[in-house]
Design a protein around this ligand. Structure first.
Ligand SMILES: N[C@@H](CCC(=O)N[C@@H](CS)C(=O)NCC(=O)O)C(=O)O
Length: 200
């Protein structure tokens, strides 16, 4: 039985993670690509905050790019994009995705919010330096994890790298990984993949 997938997406936003996972998974999907959907009532039926990405999978709404990518990877175990639930490798996937969202992505998102997302009068530019420091502390951990390994889980490419790679690339665009050679090489490896949807 095929799974019916609708992906609400927009270009280089975090929806790029979901598109990349779908391409690596070889799953068919319908794309609804429309930036003007953000905060719309229609999108709020899928994502309560009206954010992108969001997905409808066999009629059921799912939000948060990390959860959506993980779900897609689980649909095709034969593609080896993720280890089965209950294995140690799956625990490492959960570790790195949580770490990526809370210790890395939260800081670059805060910088984005205080640079161009929020109306100018609501921005707190002073926080940007603090975000860079926090991203650097967590970036050092990730850089060290990639010292003797090309990828984050089991030393082979997986959906974990799609999720974390997007955040590392975001940091790179902000000039935050200059002192992390392993992260730079990691990004180079990810960009070599034919289905990579990230932009430098
Ligand atoms: N943690 C969410 C973040 C989603 C998110 O903030 N998406 C942005 C586009 S990259 C958005 O829709 N922004 C509109 C807003 O912040 O209200 C995820 O990873 O899916």
């Amino acid at each position: 039985m095929t799974t019916e997938i609708i992906l609400y997406e927009f270009g280089p936003t975090r929806s790029a993670r979901c598109r990349w996972t779908l391409l690596e998974a070889g799953l068919d999907f319908e794309s609804i690509e429309d930036q003007s959907l953000i905060h719309s009532d229609r999108l709020k039926e899928v994502h309560p905050l009206g954010k992108l990405p969001a997905a409808v999978i066999d009629g059921r709404p799912l939000f948060e790019s990390s959860a959506i990518c993980t779900c897609f990877a689980d649909l095709v175990p034969e593609r080896n994009l993720i280890a089965p639930a209950g294995t140690w490798e799956r625990a490492l996937h959960d570790q790195w995705t949580s770490f990526g969202m809370t210790e890395l992505e939260a800081h670059v998102w805060s910088t984005a919010r205080n640079t161009f997302v929020l109306p100018e009068e609501e921005r707190l530019p002073d926080i940007i330096g603090q975000n860079a420091v926090a991203f650097g502390q967590a970036g050092a951990v990730l850089d060290n994890a990639l010292k003797d390994s090309d990828y984050l889980v089991g030393n082979r490419f997986s959906v974990t790298d799609i999720i974390l790679g997007y955040t590392v690339n975001w940091g790179n665009r902000l000039g935050l990984i200059e002192s992390f050679p392993n992260l730079q090489r990691y990004l180079d490896r990810l960009f070599e993949r034919p289905h990579c949807t990230m932009t430098r």
